[in-house]
Design a protein around this ligand. Sequence first.
Ligand code: UDP
Length: 321
Amino acid sequence: MRTVITGGAGFIGSHLCDYLIEKGHEVICIDSLLTGKAENIGHLIGNNHFRFIKHNVSDYIYIDGHVDNVLHFASPASPSDYLELPIQTLKVGSLGTLNSLGLAKLKRAKFLLASTSEVYGDPQIHPQREDYWGHVNPVGPRGVYDEAKRFAEAMTMAYHRYHKIDTRIVRIFNTYGPRMRINDGRALPNFMYQALRAKDITVFGNGLQTRSFCYVSDLIRGIYQLLISDEHEPVNIGNPEEISVLQLAKEIVALTGSKSKIVFKTLPVDDPKVRQPDISKTKKILGWEPHVSREDGLRNTWIYFQDVLQKTDDASVNKST
Ligand code: UDP
């Protein structure tokens, strides 16, 4: 199996590279390194089942030889990233998806789109099932990501229906774990950073908005199961255990024994009030459900972030001496 992963140096993409290499695939990772990081794939350099191409997939993608799978994971994915990179986010969701689908068509490869729970916007149906069409503000600041992914889904289904490409769409809910950028602006890394540095923990709004956090190894296993399934319609993958953002902040303070205090800041525009995947379809067609508890997942992530900050501190000490 020869598999192209766009966004392969990102948080989720790099875990997919590892997983597929373990499954015997030859992986070609394409990443512009705009939000992805070379460190995430550093351990794979020199592996003869791995190749890295630094390229922005919003521009034409050229790959020689045959390709069996194209997995399109390239995109800024944290709200603060896509607010800072609105045009790049729209381009990679539209032109990047078009180029990735074009590659799959040329090579007669299977195509898998990384979509998102953001296609449901600020949902009025709770929990979210795949047949819910969503509640998205197209002209709000989050619209650049939500609409790009909605367009990407439409484009994927068009290539499936018109060009008969063998496609998959995964709607990924909040995911966390090692290789998240500690400064990517999302709640979980922010809270861990703030706890580690004894800074105030910034809960936005009253903190009663909810999310459901899935550990990255569970997500990757689900994506693989979807890839080898026959399902062409979108499938939710996420952990249905729903908690409030305030509860998450409290759990992180308790886990880390931090002296940080929780403070409340303004809620960002169009911030979804609730989010929880309905995974009954996923369970039924993939036999998938998450295994990693939040307690274990948070602990592993905490160990990772401690290590990252330690290395940053060591590097700044070395620089100044
Ligand atoms: N959030 C927060 N404090 C932060 C960062 C985020 O309270 O420092 C909130 C954010 O407003 C949202 C939730 O946490 O309600 C999850 O935000 P995140 O950026 O992780 O991703 P989202 O689920 O909104 O895509």
